[in-house]
Design a protein around this ligand. Structure first.
Ligand SMILES: CC(=O)SCCNC(=O)CCNC(=O)[C@H](O)C(C)(C)COP(=O)(O)OP(=O)(O)OC[C@H]1O[C@@H](n2cnc3c(N)ncnc32)[C@H](O)[C@@H]1OP(=O)(O)O
Length: 311
């Protein structure tokens, strides 16, 4: 679906160079409130016990949130938030199609939400496309942190991603993930991207920073860090004990939101930050639009039992 209204995108990280440096305390607070409310709404939509996206959590990592805003939303005419996608690089141990362990650091889809009132209108694809373009990755190069059924269908419909490579962690990768992995390691992510794009391949660079030699099985941690780790709701054994058949299509039910081990590495900023003035110009948020009101209201619409404490 072609979006005709004037939509705009905001790119936000909250660590160091982000909101901390904004002069306007009001704006800083607004952005943090928006992220918190988006995180709560997403958690509720996914039946999570707590938000995995919040301003406070974003201050302690280098994840990037892309927010889709409808600039023309009425009645106030100052715009409304449509949804968001959160991405970040994570060090993972993933199995290839020969069941060999590989240590990689792909871009991961960590959280993705479009407001219920406007789902299935093409907004998710619009936002996803923007993220792909900004991050310079191809869909098959991504790792997805415990995708919902809706997201699996979304990826299948828009990007023909269907056949997964079974993993022993809760990240889902698709056929083709390893296609662009065999490139020499580079000293930094930014340098890697530029040099690959310019000198090696005109197509977007692979998101994985490096691919060290394969390790002996005994050296490999079976799990990789997930943002949903703290949810601690695992009731089933992990995938080594109930693995899907080789070359499986996505499971009928997403994997349990079980805990996992490992830590994300520290790294430099993923993207140049939106200049402060540009951000100030584009971020003219206000509550009057129904969608924004739903997101920004004190109670995002859930019953008290459904409300989550933001982490
Ligand atoms: C790693 C993670 O973040 S997992 C969590 C993902 N987020 C969620 O599940 C939260 C609830 N869902 C959503 O927020 C949205 O549905 C998203 C983000 C998954 C997709 O955004 P949308 O704006 O709805 O997507 P968009 O309109 O571009 O594409 C629609 C397609 O997505 C899939 N989809 C969206 N909603 C549904 C649904 N309720 N049931 C089945 N498929 C759906 C379908 O393939 C659909 O195509 P169709 O309408 O022809 O069947």
């Amino acid at each position: 679906m072609w979006l005709t209204r004037p939509f705009c995108f905001l790119t936000i990280t909250l660590r160091e160079e982000g909101v901390y440096h904004l002069e306007s305390v009001d704006l800083q607070q607004q952005i943090m409130t928006i992220i918190d409310e988006l995180g709560k709404a997403s958690a509720k939509a996914q039946n999570l016990s707590a938000p995995i996206t919040s301003a406070s959590r974003m201050q302690s990592n280098r994840h990037v949130v892309y927010i889709l805003k409808d600039s023309s939303a009425r009645p106030a005419g100052k715009g409304a938030i449509i949804g968001f996608i959160k991405v970040g690089y994570k060090k993972l141990f993933v199995l290839d199609d020969r069941e060999a362990h590989n240590e990689v650091e792909p871009l991961c889809i960590l959280d993705f939400y479009i407001h219920e009132s406007v789902q299935r209108h093409g907004h998710g694809r619009e936002l996803f496309q923007y993220m792909l373009q900004k991050e310079r990755v191809e869909p098959h190069q991504l790792a997805i942190d415990r995708p919902s059924q809706k997201l699996l269908k979304f990826l299948n419909k828009h990007y023909n991603l269907e056949t997964t490579v079974p993993q022993v962690n809760n990240f889902v990768i698709f056929e083709g993930f390893f296609a662009h992995q065999h490139r020499p390691p580079a000293p930094s992510l930014r340098a890697t991207r530029h040099s690959r794009a310019a000198a090696v391949d005109p197509t977007p660079a692979a998101p994985a920073r490096k691919l060290p030699p394969k390790r002996a099985e005994g050296d490999i941690k079976p799990y990789s860090s997930s943002d949903r780790e703290f949810l601690k709701v695992a009731v089933e054994p992990p995938w080594p004990l109930n693995r899907a058949p080789r070359r499986a299509t996505p499971p009928a039910h997403p994997p349990p939101r079980s805990s996992s081990l490992g830590n994300s590495p520290e790294r430099g900023p993923l993207r140049p930050f939106v200049p402060e003035q540009e951000l100030l110009r584009s971020l003219r948020l206000c509550p009057p639009h129904p969608t924004a009101r739903l997101l920004l209201a004190a109670d995002p619409g859930g019953s008290p039992a459904q409300r989550r404490r933001t982490r």
